[in-house]
Design a protein around this ligand. Sequence first.
Ligand code: SF4
Ligand code: SF4
Length: 384
Amino acid sequence: MTLPAKETGQVATPPPIAMLAELTHRCPLACPYCSNPLELARANEELSTSEWIETFRQAAALGVLHLHLSGGEPASRRDLIDLTKAAVSLGLYTNLITSGLGLTEARVGKLSAAGLDHVQLSIQGTRAPSADHVSGCDGGHARKLSVAGWLRDAGIPLTLNAVCHRRNMGEIEDIISLAVELGARRVEIATVQFHGWAMLNQKALMPTMDQVAKATSIVATMRARLEGVLVIDYVPADYYATYPKACMGGWGRAGFNVTPSGRVLPCHAAETIKHLAFDNVRARPLGEIWYNGGAFNAFRGDGWMPEPCRSCKRKDIDFGGCRCQAMALAGDASATDPVCRKSPRRKDVDRRIIDDTEVRDIEVSDIETPLPPFRYRGNGTLRS
Ligand code: SF4
Ligand code: SF4
């Protein structure tokens, strides 16, 4: 049964449409922009198979339609097939977000038999040496190409995902061509978002204004050329935008994340806002967390908004931007997103980040550049 929208404070909260299940933080790769938190959940803290299935059941009852099985690397979970079967039996549309590492041809066949609806396969670029350098995994790129072939043979619809940054922005046209070659229906090219590990690696990852302009132009050209063949989703660079994005479709409005150990978050980076307390599915029903949880209600409506957001015409479009970005750049999660041109902090973004990016060497055609090395997740050491 789907619960109706509820009145929480001054706004009616609609039921969520999507849940992102971070099944584990474990992953054989070590991307320098990984969305995993800096402190990873241990395997023995992860929700059990039955706890995940109960969470899926509660999510379906709450009105969730789309279940994203993610991580870390979700294929690191031995029970991935059982979890997929359970989610399908609950009527959830299942989307596996994977690096491909940990999938075999046999496992892809079992996922297909379990009813998996869709896969988003991530790549780090189109050239094996640099892609493997970014992921910290020799042979990783070749393995991903094999996985794409198995998915195609199994008839599972595919989206190719690529995070773009200073070192691979020049490959966008090739990434789009590779998506066509692999039989993907969509390609999602998302410019790196600076939270967590990506923030630690900001100097090495920040694209230049010139790169961003070229990328936008290439995407427009390729969209026209590939109309009816491939859908190209493009997430441009936040820091070069005029206004912020409606992060997560608005805080606590469309969906939520569940961490490997069961904490329920309004978005994957929400734990960077230290004063918020997050409920756990082990202790509280999901419906109560969604409608009444303190973290979810912290930034719903406009009661929390400062000026200029509160009287801005765009407040129902971008909801004041990203709370985690406000936390990271302004040290205040309630501030107007500092990338907004109306924010009094916008000049700091321009001076401290963009100007600094532009003056450094922008020769990024290969990885042997004088750019700062990556800091990789896991051991925090420099590996390049
Ligand atoms: S971003 Fe890279 S390291 Fe992080 S979970 Fe995804 S594939 Fe693994
Ligand atoms: S002032 Fe606030 S609501 Fe208006 S565009 Fe900027 S971030 Fe969005």
